[in-house]
Design a protein around this ligand. Structure first.
Ligand code: ADP
Length: 198
């Protein structure tokens, strides 16, 4: 369970997140809906422990996420809004590389990569360079890297941005299928995304 309590973040004089509180339990998908500039990314970066709030706390299973530190991060999967993937790498190599950066055991990463490539529908394209992928394929690769450590908490910042309608449907289905036994938080400015997924 994630509990967010009176979270506030200010950039200079600009209030980006103003006294936000909510609770999300395992198996739930929580959609953050708001226009550009509403503070969604700021909130997600705080939930990912990348950014510290000015005030307020975030608990994961009753432990403060900054005190849990690595114990929280190891349970976290994060797809940032602008996710950079090395264009010269193939999809498979990219996942192996990210697995190493996350400190996961090598054989486990290899096994997990094959499974994830199937799950996100990239098995046929695994040996193609990422530079040849469509926007939707890159987003699916982004989801795969966020799932390498089988996270209990999955944070997706604008995951459907820039996808064409067909890719969007495919992506929504993928996210819905991932909700079992984990918490998913996703942000979007598209009302139908939230209607369909969250
Ligand atoms: P969203 O993800 O909903 O588009 P953001 O969290 O990116 O919203 O931004 C919320 C507000 O905070 C915006 O007005 C934005 O310009 C401002 N902002 C975001 N990041 C910074 C930063 N690093 N420095 C100053 N202002 C920022």
């Amino acid at each position: 369970m994630i509990e967010v309590s009176h979270l506030t973040k200010q950039y200079g004089n600009h209030l980006a997140v103003d006294d936000v509180s909510f609770t999300v339990a395992d198996g739930q998908i929580c959609g953050l809906l708001g226009p550009n500039g509403a503070g969604k990314t700021t909130l997600m970066r705080m939930l990912s422990a990348v950014l510290r709030p000015d005030s307020g706390r975030i608990w994961y299973n009753h432990g403060d996420i900054h005190e849990l530190n690595e114990a929280y991060r190891s349970r976290l999967g994060y797809l940032p809004q602008h996710f950079g993937c090395y264009p010269g790498f193939t999809g498979r190599r990219f996942l192996h590389y990210l697995g190493a950066l996350k400190g996961l055991e090598r054989d486990h990463v290899k096994e997990r990569t094959e499974w994830l490539l199937q799950e996100v529908g990239l098995a046929q394209e695994a040996d193609r360079k990422v530079s040849t992928y469509s926007g939707g394929m890159k987003q699916r690769l982004g989801i795969a890297q966020a799932l390498l450590n089988d996270p209990r908490v999955l944070i997706l910042d604008e995951p459907t941005a820039g996808l064409d309608p067909r890719e969007r449907v495919r992506f929504r289905n993928l996210i819905s299928a991932l909700a079992d036994r984990r918490i998913i938080l996703l942000s979007t400015h598209i009302v139908s995304d939230v209607e369909y997924i969250a």
